[in-house]
Write a protein that binds this ligand. Structure first.
Ligand SMILES: CC(=O)SCCNC(=O)CCNC(=O)[C@H](O)C(C)(C)COP(=O)(O)OP(=O)(O)OC[C@H]1O[C@@H](n2cnc3c(N)ncnc32)[C@H](O)[C@@H]1OP(=O)(O)O
Length: 409
């Protein structure tokens, strides 16, 4: 490594070199078919680069999107594209880039959170991110289960190329988003970006299709999916890979899964973004055949403690003093009184004794309602000072729908 390391904000002119750098960091080549695709969502002014003698050796991108949280939808800096050239690793380049990204988002003053998906879970806790959400990955032997019930009168399914039903899909997404934490809004060109279906994204599967469920009131749910034909010694062995499934009604949810698990010539259905409170295991004749594994999804970094706590709603009335520590942003460290319920939340700095103490990482884990204060207290990550306060906080910070993050950004 030379001594010519320079941290700077990207410009439009960096795009092609940045694409190659990120592909390389993720062990891939730039695919001709997708080379320009990421331009649609590229925000050079929010992209931090580290260069060495003028060449990019490190990157970190922020995407400007909102996130659904318990009782609201709020701005959140979506961090992605983090990569350091293998020649320059373990010398603090990521730490410099992350500090620059978090400081930019913090100083902007409009985003109380930063969020990300981690390529490796060991990386981001040190920067104050807490693991806030889990996903269930299914691998379903479609001949081993049946999904109960039948489509009610007036209910019907329709398949189409995703882009031909995009208005309906968007409408369902927007309605589900306000009901469930963990979903990221898709402003500007995001829908076009996600559904343009470049060949490089197919990875051996078909083009993307969508099945929508509608009743006389309109479309109530959809599943975007790809197919793969396959054969073995005993016959057909095809696969359905679901990209995203969202439903507003029980009828839509059941009908979509009945459809996906009964496609002829298919033996396996995969979906990597099931919520942990998915009703599916309760609908099938044999839940054991839903081979599911839970994995980490969204990590949350609280940038503004008071702003973040005031921006969500709470499942039960709570009046509590939290002592928060944040090694990076001094303004977050201190005691905060939270008086809140399902309709409002007031947060004020206070000198009163704290009921609970926790660091900003634990607060990030609690924030979406998917990780309980009792869990963190059992791990020593939340300290109870007033007896009973962990139980009260667990109830208040919980939410009736588990967070789900259906898209890796
Ligand atoms: C949000 C996203 O985009 S996730 C994608 C992250 N990117 C990738 O996985 C691509 C491949 N990996 C890389 O590009 C790099 O290894 C990175 C970005 C993960 C790390 O970059 P580096 O510049 O090596 O990290 P840096 O030297 O700043 O390390 C900071 C600390 O994190 C630790 N660390 C870095 N990477 C890892 C890792 N993969 N696993 C565990 N610890 C790690 C370092 O040991 C160091 O620890 P310390 O503070 O105790 O000394």
């Amino acid at each position: 490594m030379t001594n010519d390391l320079v941290l700077r904000t990207a410009t439009d002119a960096d795009y092609a070199e940045l694409e190659a750098h990120i592909a390389n960091a993720f062990l891939e080549d730039v695919d001709e078919d997708t080379a320009d695709h990421n331009r649609m969502i590229f925000e050079p002014g929010r992209t931090q680069l580290m260069t060495d003698a003028g060449r990019i050796v490190g990157s970190g991108l922020i995407l400007t999107r909102d996130l659904s949280v318990p009782g609201g939808v709020i701005p959140a800096a979506h961090v992605t594209g983090v990569g350091v050239a293998s020649t320059h690793r373990r010398r603090g380049v990521l730490t410099t880039l992350m500090n620059a990204m978090l400081t930019e988002a913090h100083d902007r003053g409009t985003e109380p959170l930063a969020v990300l998906w981690a390529s490796e879970g060991a990386i981001y806790g040190r920067y104050g991110y807490g693991l806030a959400s889990w996903r269930v990955s299914y691998e379903i032997g479609s001949r081993d289960i049946t999904v109960g019930g039948s489509t009610p009168d007036g209910g019907r399914l329709r398949t189409a190329a995703t882009r031909d039903v995009l208005d309906d899909v968007r409408a369902v997404f927007d309605r589900v988003l306000v009901q469930r934490p963990g979903l990221s809004t898709r402003p500007g060109q995001w829908w076009e970006y996600l559904t343009a279906d470049p060949k490089g994204w197919r990875r051996g599967m078909s083009s993307e299709r969508t099945v929508v469920y509608e009743d006389d009131g309109g479309v109530r749910g959809y599943a975007r999916y790809r197919l793969k034909s396959g054969w073995n010694e005993t016959g057909p062995d095809g696969e359905v890979r679901v990209t995203e499934l969202l439903a507003e009604t029980p009828e839509a949810h059941a009908a979509l899964w009945r459809f996906l698990t009964s496609v002829d010539l298919v033996r396996t259905v995969k979906y990597a973004h099931g919520p942990v409170d998915d009703p599916l295991p309760h609908l099938v004749n044999n839940p054991d055949a839903l081979v599911g594994s839970a994995g980490a999804s969204l990590w949350v970094r609280i940038l503004d403690v008071a702003g973040a706590l005031a921006a969500r709603r709470y499942a039960a009335p709570v009046d509590v003093v939290l002592e928060v520590t944040d090694p990076t942003f001094a303004g977050n460290t201190g005691r905060w009184r939270l008086v809140a319920d399902d309709a409002k939340a007031d947060v004020t700095p206070t000198d009163a004794d704290a009921d609970l103490a926790l660091d900003v990482r634990a607060l990030g884990s609690l924030y979406l309602g998917g990780v309980s204060a009792a869990t963190l207290a059992a791990g020593g990550l939340v300290t109870e000072r007033t007896p009973g306060s962990v139980a009260r906080l667990s109830t208040a910070f919980g939410w009736h729908r588990a967070p789900v993050t259906v898209e890796v950004f």
